[in-house]
Every structure is written in structure tokens, then in C-alpha cells.
Design a protein around this ligand. Structure first.
Ligand SMILES: *Cc1c(COP(=O)(O)O)cnc(C)c1O
Length: 381
């Protein structure tokens, strides 16, 4: 992609900061997901939480069955921008106002508790399928912040909480417990899900195995995923999965510029992007994004701590090394920046939002959206 970007007329120097989505990689991912739908008869939904670049929804809608949302705004976005595809929603809790709007646009509404189901069940029109998110209470990962099965989790009803409750009318069960995982973790989860909740399967039409399936990552075990889906289909159930990451994995870059290089015990490069504003997962997860052409600290000759242009002392992206000395004006390309990036960014400290561009399959670079002062001021008063 780097070479493809360099070769475009608009290419480098690209006005930074800018997210650049590689349409060719997105399509490659979508082809894998479409093949899964065709082979197993399951339905794949885009979890918009990870990737809400709606300019590409018409394209995505050609490959997969629809979108899922975590509330009214995402549901509306899917409804408006991915026309004629399914709209699903799950929220930890619905407000009365939001629920009244959701029933106008959703195909499927998933509740997080029996209390929410009891509250809203009389307001659900016949054409909408109602589901319950359950918590299989089986952790398969160690990041508590991304583990809905961690102790005291609010996400999903436990078996204990639904016993002796009237679930007449619930047509589906939903779970979401994985994060960037392979299908062996799904299999472990499914064992527990089946053991705890299969007593309800005879009343159901569908199950939703959530997201966190890293399907489009090289080496992901698709055969095992297919077996898991077929295992649920054998109950006569429709199967949904709702990956976010897997849809746009490795399909984007964040292009940045070096604004200054300062020295304080080591060389520090100040960039026009910020960890706090543009890649919050770097601080939250935490993780270290790859940069095209850069190595681990110590791997190459010149080491720099890369940091953001805010006044937050901890706005540090990480330590990287380069074959050459960084200087003002140099461009850097951060990898895998399509997902959980533009959906999470913010204008803290008055930082500008990166523009959004697509590198089309034919090599053309198209700037889709640029932001300015109005976007900063518009959300304050
Ligand atoms: C976050 C989320 C997803 C998508 O997860 P990925 O890790 O991006 O695949 C799907 N479903 C629910 C309920 C989620 O909260």
C-alpha cells in the first residue's frame, strides 16, 4: 500500500494528519466474509463500533448482510447508509426515547437483561425479532477491559439471572465475549454457551456469536469457525456473527508528519497526530502500532520517542527506530488504523481531526472528508 500510495498523483506529500483506507484490502477482507456466508449460510454483520466509515457502506453492503449497532445513532447510520440490509442493535440499556425510534428502523433488537425485556416487550412490532444477550461466564482472554466475562460484568444476562424468568417471545440469544481471537476460543465459549443455554434453543430462531473473531487475519482457523457455525445450524438456528475488526483489519493507515525533533536524554519527535486524540487504544489497551519502515527501539540506527502535539505529558505513541534521521516534514504511516481509530478520535486540546481518504482499487486517492475548526467548536458551547 505504501508504494501504491507513493505512486498516486495526489500521493505523498499528502496533507496530514489523514486516515487513508485501502479499498483493495477492505475488499479482500469482505471477500473472505462473503465466502463464509456462502459456505455456511450464516449472516455476517458489520459491528460499527470498530469501523463506521459510511462512505464505504454501499460497498460493504454488497458483500455482507448488514450492520449491528450499540445504540440509536449507530443503528440510524446503518439504516441510512447501508440500504436494504439488516439493522441489528444491542445496548446495555435503552432509553424510552431511543427505543421508540429504534422500532422504526431495526430488524432485530437485543436486550441485555430480563428487566429491559420486560420493560419493552409490549412495544416491539411483529416484524422485529427480539433477542437476549447472555453471559456464558467463560473468559478466554486476559484483557479485563475487553472481557465481558470478567467478574461483575454488566454485559449479558447470566444463567442465574434468567432462571424462572418468562422469556416467551425471545427469538434469539446473543453472546459477545471474544476480542481479536481465533476460533479455538470460540469453540471453548460455544461449549459453555451450549451447556448453559441450550435448554432455550427450541424456542429460538437464531443465535448471534458476537464479534472478536479475527477471521481475516493470516493464519486464522476458518475451518474450526465453520464447524462452530454448523454446530449451531444443526439445532435449526440461523447463525449471525458480527465482527468489527475483521471487516477492516489492516485496511488503513494514519499518515502523520514530524513537526519537530527535540532532545531530553533521548531524541523525541513531535508529530501532528496524538495518541490521546487519534489512537486512544495505544494508551487504553495498550498497544504499539507498526510504522511503515520503522523498527523496534534499538533495531535500527536512529531511535526516537514519537509523541503527540498535545499538552498531555503522557501523549506518547512509543519508541521506534529508523535507518535515517527524522527531520521536520518527514511523513510517517501508522499501520492498521482503519479500525477503532476514526470512531474513537476526539478534539481534546483543540487537536484537529485527521481527514479521511480512500485509496481506490484503481490507485486513485480520494479525499472523502476534511475537518476544521468548526468540528472542534461545534461540540462545545
Ligand atoms: C465490539 C463489539 C463487536 C465487534 O467486536 P470486534 O472485536 O471489533 O470484532 C461485536 N459485538 C458487540 C456486542 C461488541 O460490543
Amino acid at each position: 500500500m505504501f508504494d501504491r500510495l507513493k505512486n498516486t498523483e495526489a500521493g505523498f506529500p499528502l496533507k496530514t494528519p489523514c486516515y487513508v483506507i485501502d479499498e483493495a484490502v477492505l475488499i479482500k477482507n469482505l471477500e473472505i466474509l462473503r465466502a463464509l456466508e456462502k459456505r455456511t449460510g450464516c449472516k455476517v454483520l458489520l459491528a460499527q463500533k470498530a469501523f463506521s466509515m459510511f462512505a464505504l457502506y454501499p460497498l460493504i453492503g454488497q458483500y455482507i448482510s448488514g450492520t449491528t449497532a450499540s445504540g440509536l445513532y449507530e443503528a440510524r447510520l446503518g439504516y441510512e447508509e447501508m440500504r436494504d440490509r439488516e439493522v441489528h442493535v444491542f445496548s446495555p440499556a435503552y432509553t424510552d426515547e431511543d427505543f421508540a425510534e429504534l422500532v422504526k428502523i431495526c430488524d432485530c433488537i437485543v436486550f441485555n437483561s430480563c428487566g429491559q425485556w420486560e420493560k419493552f416487550k409490549t412495544q416491539i412490532p411483529k416484524n422485529i425479532s427480539a433477542g437476549l444477550r447472555v453471559n456464558p461466564e467463560i473468559s478466554t482472554q486476559n484483557h479485563a477491559i475487553y472481557d465481558p466475562c470478567a467478574p461483575f460484568s454488566r454485559l449479558g444476562a447470566t444463567l442465574e439471572s434468567i432462571q424462572e424468568k418468562d422469556l416467551t417471545g425471545i427469538e434469539g440469544l446473543h453472546f459477545h465475549t471474544l476480542c481479536e481471537q481465533d476460533s479455538d476460543a470460540l469453540e471453548v465459549t460455544l461449549d459453555e454457551f451450549e451447556r448453559k443455554f441450550s435448554y432455550l434453543f427450541s424456542q429460538l430462531k437464531w443465535v448471534n456469536l458476537g464479534g472478536g473473531h479475527h477471521i481475516t487475519r493470516a493464519g486464522y482457523d476458518i475451518e474450526r469457525l465453520v464447524k462452530c457455525i454448523e454446530r449451531m445450524k444443526a439445532y435449526g438456528l440461523e447463525v449471525y456473527i458480527e465482527p468489527g475488526e475483521a471487516v477492516a483489519l489492516n485496511a488503513g493507515w494514519l499518515a502523520a508528519s514530524v513537526l519537530d525533533v527535540v532532545h531530553n536524554g533521548m531524541a523525541l519527535a513531535i508529530l501532528d497526530v496524538s495518541a490521546a486524540c487519534h489512537m486512544p487504544d495505544v494508551l487504553e489497551m495498550p498497544y504499539r502500532p507498526q510504522i511503515v519502515g520503522a523498527g523496534e527501539a534499538g533495531e535500527k540506527k536512529h531511535i526516537y520517542r514519537l509523541a503527540g502535539n498535545t499538552c498531555l505529558a503522557g501523549d506518547v505513541i512509543g519508541d521506534y527506530s529508523f535507518d535515517y534521521e527524522l527531520k521536520t516534514g518527514d511523513k510517517l504511516l501508522f499501520c492498521d488504523m482503519a479500525i477503532y481509530s476514526m470512531v474513537k478520535n476526539n478534539t481534546f486540546n483543540g487537536m484537529p481531526l485527521p481527514s479521511i481518504a480512500v485509496l481506490r482499487k484503481n490507485g486513485e486517492l480520494e479525499i472523502i472528508r476534511e475537518f476544521g475548526y468548526g468540528d472542534f467548536k461545534g461540540r462545545l458551547s
